[in-house]
Design a protein around this ligand. Structure first.
Ligand code: HEM
Length: 307
């Protein structure tokens, strides 16, 4: 059984597989520790000195980034950039206006506020974000990435102006790629499950829009009952941790007043856009449109396919 098989996420059968595994287990393909337990996942996300983001947050470790990047760095490098972005996001009051198609409209209007750009420019960035997230081949991905950088270089947003050109472009790119698809997926989930506003957090717990993030183990250590070695890869699976019966009693049921879920992460990299995402969900909750009919297949984030 392969926890990264997209079809397991499409039909929800991933939860059956999660239940058969220990809170931490070695997965041979392509070779990583699957972290499924809530306390273990929380620890991985909260201890950057032991579990680093600097070698990528995907399935396999990459080389260390050659630029200063928010998501691919650890404290103390991460801290000032994070403070700068959080301060910027806190001042924003995105203006939502009714849209024929809110699932793309709300994230786009939010991006317009973040980057201080108009609708046409934001739409172009949104199309590129989808092409990058669901690119069928490396070549199509590379082409969309190049086009995105060209577009971002034209922006005048004051965010990150003190950074080098490369670092600033990477920050703007990160905002486009992390903010749009995740929120579109969450809004689609809202249209499917139609929760009362008070149960939006339960929806995020039970149906995380983003499935997993990875870290590199920085020293030999023990996680749960397992001995991990320096250089090992760990992948935290949010949907599993959010249903850990040690923390959430009757975890598959919708209930108010649960402990905090991990769908926005935890620790220093916890999503800085969480309140912007929640704002969109609460805006749409009283009157959600019918859910989209088609979705992309992905083990990371399977958003609606409007193509
Ligand atoms: C429902 C929608 C969203 C979900 C589920 C989500 C989820 C996440 C998660 C799990 C992380 C942690 C990554 C890690 O630990 O490596 C993260 C980080 C991040 N998110 Fe979100 N996100 C959402 C919306 C947004 C929005 C609207 C923005 C735009 C501001 C955004 C910007 C970011 C950025 C910049 C990071 C990296 C933070 C850092 O490394 O310090 N996200 N997000």
């Amino acid at each position: 059984m392969d926890l990264l098989d997209p079809s397991l996420y499409a039909d929800g059968s991933i939860h059956r597989h999660f239940r058969q595994l220990e809170p931490v287990s070695w997965q041979p393909r392509p070779g990583y520790w699957a972290v499924l337990g809530y306390p273990e996942a929380h620890r991985v996300l909260s201890e950057p000195a032991n579990f680093s983001s600097a070698f990528g947050t995907g399935i396999v470790s990459d080389a260390r980034a050659h630029f200063v990047s928010l998501n691919l760095s650890d404290p103390p490098v991460h801290t000032p950039l994070r403070r700068h972005l959080s301060h910027w996001l806190k001042t924003l009051q995105p203006d939502f206006h009714p849209e024929i198609e809110p699932l793309r409209g709300l994230p786009r209007q939010t991006l317009q506020a973040i980057l201080q750009i108009g609708e046409t420019q934001a739409s172009q960035l949104q199309q590129l974000a989808v092409r990058i997230a669901y690119a069928p081949h490396k070549a199509t991905w590379r082409q969309a990435e190049d086009e995105l950088v060209v577009q971002l270089a034209l922006l005048h947003t004051p965010l990150g102006m003190h950074l080098s050109t490369t670092d600033r472009l990477y920050l703007l790119r990160l905002l486009v790629l992390s903010g749009l698809e995740s929120t579109t997926t969450a809004l689609a989930s809202l249209c499917q499950h139609r929760p009362q506003p008070a149960l939006i957090e339960e929806m995020l717990r039970l149906h995380p829009p983003i499935q997993r993030f990875g870290r590199r183990v920085m020293r030999d250590l023990r996680l749960g009952p397992c001995d991990l070695k320096e250089g090992d890869r760990v992948l935290v699976f949010f949907a599993a941790a959010n249903r850990d019966p040690r923390v959430f009693s009757q975890p598959h049921q919708w209930r108010l007043g649960r402990p905090p879920h991990l769908s926005f992460g935890a620790g220093p990299h916890r999503c800085p856009g969480a309140s912007l995402a929640r704002r969109q969900l609460h805006w749409l909750a009283p009157n959600p449109p019918p859910p989209p009919e088609r979705y992309y297949r992905s083990s990371f984030s399977a958003g609606p396919n409007f193509g």
